[in-house]
Write a protein that binds this ligand. Sequence first.
Ligand code: NDP
Ligand code: GDP
Length: 339
Amino acid sequence: MPTALVTGITGQDGAYLAALLLDKGYRVVGLARRSASADMVSERLRWLGIRDRIEIVDGDLLDLASLIRIMKAVEPDEVYNLAAQSFVAASWQQPILTGQATGMGVAHMLEAVRIARPAARFYQASSSEMYGLIQEKVQSEKTPFYPRSPYAVAKLYGHWMTVNYRESFGLHASSGILFNHESPLRGIEFVTRKVTDGVARIKLGMTNTLSLGNLEATRDWGHARDYVKAMWLMLQQDTPDDYVVATGRTTSIRDLCRIAFSHAGLNYEDHVTTSAALIRPAEVEVLLGDPGKAKQKLGWQAETTLEQMIAEMVDADIVRHQARAGAPVAPIPAGVSGI
Ligand code: NDP
Ligand code: GDP
């Protein structure tokens, strides 16, 4: 039975990847940082019904010693580094922490692998945000990067460190340049989930408006359940490499709203307002990926359409809120709902 170590196990992708690996017969060990709310942090794993099948070890990407100890104790065959401060908007509020976790954390992980488990295969969760101010209309593995946020700058460091450790030390280290991917388990601060949660609240009469920022930006959105398959496929290749993972379709926030509200029989124009406070200091206006290499070399392609995914998310958010019915519904705290 192969062993996989997954950092970021409490996040969206950690949950879907863990479910995939368990299905494939892996022993799955998740790295999680200590929390005062330990009973809450495994919520996504519980939602997928897999919490009891995963071993959790305490560690933090900021603490290299913990990573080396874990690498020695767990002896993973595959390491998936998904942990990060992953929210672009928060990276302007906490640029140093973002650099430490999202950037330097990758160097810590690579060092831990190099020192304690050099034969393990390594996956780095890189991001389409690295393209930022896009240099080509459709972004591929060959497109130059131009990061536009402290998050993207940190991801770029992690990406190049992964390439460098592959070339310098022969690690089987691959970098997945994943475009935005969402699901009912997406953090509520990201725009897709903020919209589907807003639709659910409006549909259930809990509120009547949803305040957003830039409606004209476009993203290439796929489903996290599809995208974690690409991560796994990368580590099954004889040779490590970098791959864009995307759908090849880009959609504006405005059209996302149209799709989500109409799924619930609503018109977004009756409910969506815009707030200047939600405009970012520097925006990534367009992202559109070319998944050609992933299709050709990994045999991977996106399976879920945006419409299917948004319908799944809206339905899940309605069920969540209905399940809480009877109990007063707390407003989303400002620091969470803001971008
Ligand atoms: P989430 O924000 O849902 O999860 C992030 C995870 O990282 C959480 O488990 C979090 O733990 C953990 N984490 C944060 N800081 C540390 C730390 N210092 N030490 C250990 N763990 C830490 O992200 P996603 O699942 O959506 O994304 C997974 C990865 O893929 C991230 O690296 C993200 O940047 C990247 N990515 C995501 C894309 C997307 O569209 N989803 C697109 C491209 C890249 P805790 O629960 O304790 O906060
Ligand atoms: P990102 O691509 O990783 O930054 O993912 P997000 O889901 O956070 O943002 C995607 C796009 O939606 C960005 O261009 C944001 O500016 C835009 N956007 C517009 N309104 C909002 C909002 O209220 N919240 C968030 N998170 N993004 C918004």
